[in-house]
Design a protein around this ligand. Structure first.
Ligand SMILES: *[C@@H]1O[C@H](CO)[C@@H](O)[C@H](O)[C@H]1NC(C)=O
Ligand SMILES: *[C@@H]1O[C@H](CO)[C@@H](O)[C@H](O)[C@H]1NC(C)=O
Ligand SMILES: *[C@@H]1O[C@H](CO)[C@@H](O)[C@H](O)[C@H]1NC(C)=O
Ligand SMILES: *[C@@H]1O[C@H](CO)[C@@H](O)[C@H](O)[C@H]1NC(C)=O
Length: 306
């Protein structure tokens, strides 16, 4: 009897030890105590200030740029005109007072259920100088609008470059806060929108008007695509607070928090990059979480446990 009890106790102790060891191994990282307000967040109404159509007949709207070639010497400018096709030409130059070059683009439009798009223009500016500020103008013949961008530096293993990262932006009131908060963070040179952009599919017939409003909202922010895949939390997701997380925190999870924000990825040189994450509720873009990344080829340290 006594021996059996001892054996059982040993079994129990072993079982407890296994649980403790498993718990220790599963304890991946930090769970932030910050919890944003719960509840669903709603799309900003169609007549919101940030969705306003720019003033002027046939004024170019939803203006944005994307990288126009693989080595960063071309930029594609895209925009929409609503009243008539108008001009697909972009005027550009390195000084505001001397816009000396021009490029010809093309336009197209599409129908989707009962939606008919505006005239969507794309125009690629080529042979640009690297790391140079360009001014450009579009809307020739009707309402001219001017913008600027800076071309990326020449690609190299030690060329620093800083990206802003926003996931699941959507077009809710929280999306608007995320964009304003991002704009108050002066570091980023280009912004990557990571997945789940407009949430148009939440509306009847995937209402493509919601792509237009999303496009107008995101106009003032420089936008450049790059082959980077990062999983980041929400910028303004309509589904509300998603804080039903796997417990205990798995070993692959370093940090988790249920809130809205944006991230900054700073490429420092061939061996180092720095990632920081900024929640909207923190004023002037303080980092709520941050991490150094090292390149395994140029800086082969074992950081799998940090
Ligand atoms: C969006 O944010 C901007 C800047 O903070 C503000 O001026 C604007 O009124 C906001 N719009 C809405 C609909 O919340
Ligand atoms: C298209 O159809 C949807 C669903 O019936 C409706 O909500 C929307 O107002 C319609 N849009 C136009 C431009 O007729
Ligand atoms: C949380 O997730 C678990 C497992 O997927 C599910 O059973 C549970 O209903 C979820 N709870 C809520 C509140 O969504
Ligand atoms: C790369 O950047 C990191 C972080 O700024 C710095 O510590 C390191 O010395 C740099 N390496 C080189 C070779 O410049």
């Amino acid at each position: 009897m006594g021996r059996r009890w001892a054996a059982r106790r040993l079994g129990l102790a072993l079982a407890l030890m296994v649980v403790v060891v498993l718990a220790a191994r599963c304890d991946g990282g930090v769970t932030s105590s910050f919890v944003r307000k719960s509840g669903k967040t709603v799309d900003m109404p169609l007549d919101s200030d940030v969705f306003r159509v720019p003033r002027g007949y046939n004024a170019p709207q939803q203006v944005h740029i994307t990288q126009g070639d693989h080595d960063g010497t071309a930029v594609t400018v895209s925009w929409v005109t609503q009243d008539e096709p108008g001009s697909s030409t972009v005027l550009y130059g390195t000084s505001k007072s001397k816009i000396e070059f021009f490029a010809e683009g093309k336009y197209a439009r599409y129908k989707f259920y009962n939606y008919t798009s505006g005239y969507i223009h794309h125009c690629t500016l080529r042979n640009l100088e690297r790391d140079t500020k360009y001014y450009y103008a579009l809307g020739i013949g009707h309402t001219l609008r001017e913008f600027w961008f800076r071309t990326p530096p020449k690609v190299g293993p030690d060329v620093p470059y800083t990206f802003g990262l926003i996931g699941d932006l959507g077009q809710t009131f929280d999306s608007n806060r995320t964009l304003s908060h991002y704009e108050s963070n002066p570091k980023a040179q280009a912004l990557l929108y990571v997945g789940d952009l407009s949430y148009a599919d939440n509306h009847p017939n995937h209402d493509n008007v919601r792509w237009d409003t999303w496009g107008r909202k995101c106009t003032p922010v420089p936008d450049q695509s790059a082959p980077v895949y990062i999983t980041i939390g929400d910028g303004g997701n309509v589904e509300g607070l998603a804080n039903n997380m796997t417990e205990p925190q798995p070993s692959y999870s370093a940090y988790r928090e249920a809130s809205f924000g944006h991230a900054i990825l700073e490429i420092k040189n061939r061996s180092h990059a720095y990632y920081s994450w900024h929640r909207n509720q923190d004023g002037n873009a303080v980092a709520a979480d941050s991490m150094w990344f090292s390149n395994r080829y140029w800086h082969p340290i074992d950081d799998s446990y940090t």
